[in-house]
Design a protein around this ligand. Sequence first.
Ligand SMILES: NC(=O)c1ccc[n+]([C@@H]2O[C@H](COP(=O)([O-])OP(=O)(O)OC[C@H]3O[C@@H](n4cnc5c(N)ncnc54)[C@H](OP(=O)(O)O)[C@@H]3O)[C@@H](O)[C@H]2O)c1
Length: 232
Amino acid sequence: MKGKHVLLTGGTGGLGLGVTPTVLAQDPATVTIPYRNPKDVERLKSIFSPSELARIKFLAANLDNEAEVENVIDQMVQVDVLIHLVGGFSMGKTYEYSLENWKRDFDINLNTTFLVCKHSLKRMLQQGYGRIVTVASRAAVEPVGELAAYCASKAGVVAFTKAIADETKGTNITANVVLPSVIDTPANRASMGTENAHKWVKPESLAQVICFLASEAAKDIRGAAIPVYGNI
Ligand SMILES: NC(=O)c1ccc[n+]([C@@H]2O[C@H](COP(=O)([O-])OP(=O)(O)OC[C@H]3O[C@@H](n4cnc5c(N)ncnc54)[C@H](OP(=O)(O)O)[C@@H]3O)[C@@H](O)[C@H]2O)c1
């Protein structure tokens, strides 16, 4: 990713905190990180060194809003790499799950992916180069109960990413998706305890997989859905 301009969404989240330093270590020209809460930016500013911060551009944006996504892309010199980490879930039995929550899950998981990929892809096609890495979940290919909206929307992320990979055959643009199991984030430790944390995927480890897919070297990997399950 040396010299590349990277759009890294979800950089303020649990996985993002592991991916951002790994991306910076690849020596990109800039890393654009959209955010919603200014407090997250302050937190990140306290973590990274001045030389790292010089290459990070924080932009306020809600990524399920098309105009705000377009604004992010317009502010980038180039969009060589898209790493789309944004996603989220909530649990509930299907027979009592509200349509409102269902739509929210599709907004955060699938609609953000569509919008960010759509507008990044437009620029990548003009440039003749691009690497797209999306994040689905093991639950997209091994669905589990009480997470139906999450499983369905992440399955959509897998299908959508593979469709882009097919659409970009014959170009130097690739699209691939990773399927994490449980990631060792502070939020997961708080909600599930630490007893099994040693089996979970470390954000830094998943970051290595993502960064390889986002690199020039991965030019022949298209439409892969890569399981990153750790030891569970
Ligand atoms: N954690 C796991 O065990 C696990 C397992 C499998 C897959 N995954 C997937 O891995 C990815 C990262 O997970 P995570 O644990 O890092 O999640 P997280 O801590 O909840 O982070 C999600 C990130 O997405 C951002 N975001 C959400 N909605 C947004 C929107 N509309 N516009 C802009 N930004 C938005 C959040 O920003 P705000 O702070 O503003 O909300 C945050 O930076 C997700 O796609 C998740 O589904 C996670």
